[in-house]
Design a binder for this molecule. Structure first.
Ligand code: DGL
Length: 273
């Protein structure tokens, strides 16, 4: 992942490809739009594999490397962003080894959280797969060794974010359960900072904020990702030759219901990969 890799892509219409299991990566896309509104984007949701967070490491690694291999071959992006903590913490290193294209991953925002916390107690909400990764242990050891990092895997929050973006009403008990589960850890009542370590969760930040109550700040990695994409593409030209595209690995009613959400994120075409 270097600037010279990106410079090799001469085509100004070459897109940035954002990849997630579902709609979570839209929380990253909106930050990318803020800083690079002129960038052509292809958003890929592997909804046939959703959710990743309850799968094994081997299943996720095989799925993500296989799909990204086929996607980059077919779509020739200038840069791939794995806008998914689960896929990044498990498969980023192996995907980087096999693909030529620069790859930006999603790292749980433990470092900024450690700088933010005043009580020294940080909550981390992710998928079950993410919270058990050595990647997270290493971030904790490097940046939060003098803090308490309390982790909770919350698959039902992934489903809640998907449902919300399809326009469905979600029972607020789902958010309350996640807050209670983190608070139930020893020292959990002192949490003042929560890392949203799943790209789906910034999409339900307002609901989580209500569930946690006042005095709790939330942080996720999307600003850092957007900055990294800007850095890796600096000096490159952009030309949008067609409306931006959302690709799904499976069609169906759930994709149809996402129409207005996708449009609101500037994804005017939808197709199945
Ligand atoms: N959005 C994904 C993440 O950031 C995972 C959701 C899932 O498929 O479980 O971890």
């Amino acid at each position: 992942m270097t600037g010279t890799d990106t410079a090799a892509t001469g085509d100004p219409a070459a897109p940035v490809l954002l990849f997630d299991s579902g709609v979570g990566g839209l929380s990253v896309l909106r930050k990318v739009r803020d800083v690079l509104p002129q960038a052509p984007v292809i958003y890929v949701a592997d909804n046939a594999g959703l959710p990743y967070g309850t799968k094994t490491e081997a299943q996720i690694a095989a799925r993500v490397s296989g799909l990204l291999g086929r996607l980059t071959e077919r779509l020739r992006p200038r840069l791939v962003c794995i806008a998914c903590n689960t896929a990044s913490t498990i498969a980023l290193a192996s995907v980087r080894e096999v693909l030529e294209v620069p790859i930006v991953g999603t790292v749980p925002a433990i470092k900024p959280a450690a700088a933010m916390t005043r009580t020294g107690v940080i909550g981390l909400l992710g998928t079950a797969a993410t919270i058990r990764q050595g990647y997270v242990d290493r971030l904790e050891a490097e940046f939060a060794a003098d803090k308490r990092l309390l982790r909770h895997g919350a698959p039902e929050l992934v489903a809640a974010a998907e449902a919300k973006l399809r326009g469905e009403t979600v029972d607020s008990a789902v958010y309350a359960r996640a807050a209670e589960a983190l608070r139930a850890h020893p020292d959990g009542d002192r949490i003042d900072t929560v890392v949203l370590a799943c790209t789906h969760f910034p999409l339900i930040e307002d609901e989580l904020r209500k569930a946690f109550g006042p005095g709790v700040s939330f942080i996720d990695g999307s600003d850092g990702i957007a900055r990294q994409i800007v850095f890796l593409t600096q000096g490159q030209e952009w030309r949008r030759e067609a409306p931006d595209l959302a690709l799904f690995t499976r069609g169906g009613i759930d994709v149809d219901q996402l129409g207005s959400t996708l449009e609101a994120h500037g994804l005017e075409r939808v197709a199945i990969f």
